[in-house]
Design a binder for this molecule. Structure first.
Ligand code: MC0
Length: 149
């Protein structure tokens, strides 16, 4: 079902500060920035490698409000890993198969994610305490880099 780790989402208070830290420390490049109102985040994707069906990234997330998922996470736990996202070939199909196994989906239908992807979240309590995201990357990674750099 999973092709690769698409990204690790890291919650932070100050996106610009953490972009500077991660790009300087790990020599990573920001390939996309986005404000996702639906998810309540301002985010940046730092490219690590290319893999089957898309790339893999570190995703830095700053909340748009204290009531958003990332805002609540920061208040409760502080900065750190917020979720792990896996690349899947077909997000609707993966959602269907996972739901049949008794895992709660946090989304009833795929939503808009980073870089044109389609995404869905699984309840952390049903998968070992890890907020898990499914990602169907819709654009080949080379094109994404051209569009967003
Ligand atoms: C909450 N919990 C977590 C967690 N957030 N566990 C692991 N990782 C997290 N990130 C735990 C709480 O500690 C609590 O456990 C339990 O889950 C239920 O929490 P809750 O009180 O219902 O807390 P809420 O209201 O904050 O909701 C948590 C929930 C929510 C995961 C349902 O954040 C959600 O729907 N997230 C999915 C959307 C999302 O995160 N969007 C932001 C990234 P205890 O033991 O205390 O009961 S958007 C994104 O990343 C997009 C742009 C992309 O990748 O392209």
């Amino acid at each position: 079902m999973f092709m690769r780790i698409d990204h690790i989402g890291i919650a932070c208070h100050d996106l610009e500060e953490k972009i500077e830290l991660f790009s300087r420390t790990f020599e990573l490049t920001v390939v996309a920035r986005e404000v996702n109102e639906e998810q309540g985040v301002k985010e940046a994707m730092l490219h690590i490698a290319d893999g089957e069906g898309g790339g893999s990234y570190i995703q830095l997330l700053e909340p748009l409000s204290e009531e958003s998922p990332v805002g609540k996470f920061l208040a409760r736990r502080g900065e750190g890993v917020h979720h792990v996202a896996f690349g899947v070939p077909d997000v609707a199909d993966a959602m269907h198969k996972i739901k049949e196994k008794g895992v709660r989906l946090l989304d009833e239908r795929p939503r808009h994610g980073s870089m044109g992807s389609e995404i869905a979240f699984l309840h952390p309590k049903d998968v070992g305490g890890m907020l898990t995201e499914l990602v169907q990357a819709v654009t080949p990674v080379q094109n994404v880099k051209k569009v967003h750099m």
